[in-house]
Design a protein around this ligand. Structure first.
Ligand SMILES: Cc1cc2nc3c(=O)[nH]c(=O)nc-3n(C[C@H](O)[C@H](O)[C@H](O)COP(=O)(O)OP(=O)(O)OC[C@H]3O[C@@H](n4cnc5c(N)ncnc54)[C@H](O)[C@@H]3O)c2cc1C
Length: 464
């Protein structure tokens, strides 16, 4: 059976777990990672990566429809959903295989099976070939999360889908209802809308992308409607009546309930942590609404036991999971890592147009007692945006009026998911408006809108 005793055992090989394992191995620890399904976790197999591959097809298709505007000609654009999905699955497969190579290269032992804790430092792995026991003084729980299912609105894979079904859909929806306008819901709504489906999004909160700055949510709503999405905010789906090939949704809005028919429903109402079956209760690990309670170093309160990524506190994003993985590996190896600061982690939504943000919204900054200075710059004033044919969008920056510290940045428009990293670095370095103004941004780039937004906060924008 070989070695069963390690310095560290990581349970779950998603972006939290596999990155933690590799970093710990780099630091000289003898590491095993246990995975029950796929190396790469949700992110590589059923989340970040395959959705972006689908959205890329949608983007190219959308641009094909605009060929004439760019002086190009094209016979009627078309698509083959099976081929679009096959490309997405191939991309996911390539990256998941890459994780296997990386783990091997770093001499991390991969054990396929379902893990649970028999005692602190004692891990039982169950698989088709039986049961094995592993031990280590340190265990990182990185078991991630799955789609939340609301009673009566459960997925069946045929008429009602979760993200997993939507990533490998049995058909092209014609009339689609998306429940929830967070990043996952909006990305699928955007994808199927671009391919020509008639899409309705129902959001219980009073605005779309509810975690974003209110002004960005409002611009996003306007853009989504312009692109043909039907959006109902302050509305909720109470019931789904399923019949052959048809779902009748009871949608409550403004105090009354309407019924609307759809051929497909995607439920995107959040996630729940994979806390079950791990043996947490017996160890006294605290769980709050399906997520493990941890301190700023991801410690669970049980000696040597850590929880990272989607299993632990928000934001539930892959880069947060990976960063926590690195931090915990370094902590275990006796280094002195900084805790992860959730307010400096960017959130990105790859819809049409894209949305990205970091730090505090204007409202949140005010709530926290900051007197704020706000800069806004529209993409219509940016040369590169016009040249790209992407004038839709805005960059909003929020500064502390007294110290000039960058508190938050909020963007909507082309490629903002690539641009936001500039402000992330700024947040990490606790930058001020003066330093951002001193920075010279290359021309012509969309990033100049980031500079102009800072200038606008001081009433100094040049191109508007
Ligand atoms: C459709 C979709 C799109 C997304 N897009 C983005 C995006 O663009 N950007 C972004 O940052 N985030 C995105 N996310 C979120 C991102 O996927 C997660 O934040 C990330 O995967 C969390 O990483 P993790 O390592 O904590 O968990 P996971 O990736 O969920 O990995 C956990 C792993 O643990 C394994 N496991 C669970 N229990 C056990 C057990 N008992 N024994 C052994 N193995 C176990 C699972 O099989 C899984 O492989 C998206 C999510 C979805 C669903």
């Amino acid at each position: 059976m070989g070695n069963t005793s390690y310095d560290l055992i990581v349970i779950g090989a998603g972006p939290g777990g596999y990155v933690a394992a590799i970093r710990a191995a780099q630091l000289g620890l003898n590491v095993a990672v246990v995975e029950r399904e796929h190396l790469g976790g949700i992110c590589l197999n059923w989340g970040c990566i395959p959705t972006k591959a689908l959205l890329r097809s949608a983007e190219v298709y959308h641009l094909m429809g605009r060929a004439e505007e760019f002086g190009l000609s094209l016979e009627k654009p078309g698509f083959d959903l099976a081929k679009v999905v096959a490309r997405s699955r191939k991309v996911a497969g390539q990256l998941a295989a890459g994780v296997g190579h990386l783990l091997k290269k770093n001499k991390v032992k991969v054990v396929m099976g379902t893990a649970s804790l028999a005692a602190p430092g004692e891990v039982v792995v169950t698989s088709d070939t039986g049961e094995q026991r592993l031990s280590a003084p340190h265990v990182i729980l990185a078991t991630g999360a799955r789609a939340r299912e609301l009673p009566g609105l459960e997925a069946d894979g045929d008429l009602v889908w979760t993200y997993r079904h939507a990533l490998n859909p049995p058909r092209m929806p014609r009339k689609l209802l998306v429940i929830g306008s967070g990043a996952i819901g909006i990305e699928f709504a955007s994808f199927f809308n671009s391919l020509g489906a008639d899409v309705t999004v129902v959001e219980v909160m009073d605005r779309v992308l509810p975690v974003e700055d209110e002004e960005i949510s409002a611009l996003a709503l306007k853009a989504f409607r312009k692109h043909g999405l039907k959006v109902m905010t302050g509305a909720s789906v109470k019931q789904l009546d399923r019949a052959s090939g048809r779902v009748s949704a009871h949608i409550e809005h403004g105090g009354k309930v309407d019924r609307q028919d759809f051929d497909t429903v995607i439920s995107a109402v959040g996630i729940v942590g994979n806390v079950e079956g791990l043996g947490l209760e017996a160890l006294g690990v605290k769980v709050d609404r399906s997520h493990v309670v941890v301190d700023q170093f991801c410690r669970t309160g049980v000696d040597g036991l850590y929880a990272i990524g989607d299993l632990a506190a928000p934001p539930w994003l892959a880069h947060k999971a990976s960063h926590e993985g690195v931090m915990v590996a370094e902590l275990i190896a006796g280094k002195n890592p900084h805790p992860v600061r959730p307010e400096s982690i960017a959130g990105c939504t790859y819809c049409q147009p894209q949305v990205a943000s970091v730090g505090y919204s204007e409202a949140r900054a005010r709530e926290l007692g900051h007197e704020v200075k706000v800069g806004r710059f529209p993409f219509i004033g940016n040369g590169k945006a016009i040249a790209l044919g992407e004038p839709e969008g805005m960059v909003k920056t929020v500064f502390d009026a007294r110290t000039g510290e960058l508190l938050g940045a909020h963007m909507i428009g082309a490629e903002v998911t690539e641009l936001i990293q500039g402000y992330v670095v700024g947040r990490t370095l606790e930058t001020t408006e003066a330093e951002l103004i001193e920075s010279v941004f290359p021309h012509p780039t969309l990033s100049e809108a980031m500079h102009e937004s800072v200038l606008a906060a001081l009433g100094r924008a040049i191109h508007i």
